[in-house]
Ligand binder design. Structure first.
Ligand code: 5GP
Ligand code: ZN
Length: 168
């Protein structure tokens, strides 16, 4: 896969933002919240300024960059989360690292902090949106055989319906 950099845009130009009550908001209308540190003006600059690279043909890098619209539910320095456009449960959020990593199998010890932040962010979002009462599931697929279709690691946060075990 290509690893060449592409330009990042201000994501608020193409993405809608969502407040804590689940109501989509646009651009700078977003209320200050722990879910949106960058949108509160506490941002850390562009991914490029942090020495990170987007990947030209990666859908999620383009969503993070605002080149593809999405319903953003939170972001911070390292993590970006948005609604899945083909939800498999009443609540289906994708939580991704801003840094492009193709698959779980590529992870090294250096990635532990960002992967930890990703999981903590997903659980915080679940907690803040009352998902614990009914239960929620976090799924990370590695490889085509496990159902991975986008080659930028992501956690699926699913809630709002019963989940079977073992998973399909
Ligand atoms: P995977 O199959 O790789 O575990 O999950 C990829 C997920 O990304 C799928 O649930 C799919 O619906 C979602 N997805 C793919 N393209 C887009 C997109 O352009 N926008 C959004 N919001 N979700 C996407
Ligand atoms: Zn990517």
């Amino acid at each position: 896969m290509s690893s060449s950099a592409c330009a990042y845009l201000d994501h608020t130009t193409a993405s809608s933002q969502e407040g804590q009550n689940g109501t989509p908001q646009t651009g700078n209308e977003q209320a200050p919240s722990s879910e949106s540190q960058a949108a509160e003006g506490q941002g850390t600059g562009s991914p490029e300024s942090r020495g990170e690279k987007a990947v030209n043909d990666c859908i999620f890098c383009k969503i993070i960059a605002g080149q593809i619209p999405s319903t953003v539910v939170f972001e911070d320095e390292d993590v970006f989360a948005f609604r899945d456009n083909n939800p498999q449960a009443p609540q289906h959020v994708l939580v991704v690292p801003k840094r492009h990593i193709e698959k779980l199998n590529d992870l090294t010890a250096n990635d532990a902090p960002v992967v930890g932040k990703l999981l903590v962010a997903a659980c915080r979002f679940a907690r803040e949106h009352g998902m614990d009462a009914q239960g929620y599931r976090i799924v990370l697929n590695n490889g085509e055989g496990a159902g991975q279709s986008v080659w930028h690691i992501h956690a699926h946060l699913l809630s709002g319906r019963p989940f079977r075990w073992p998973p399909g």
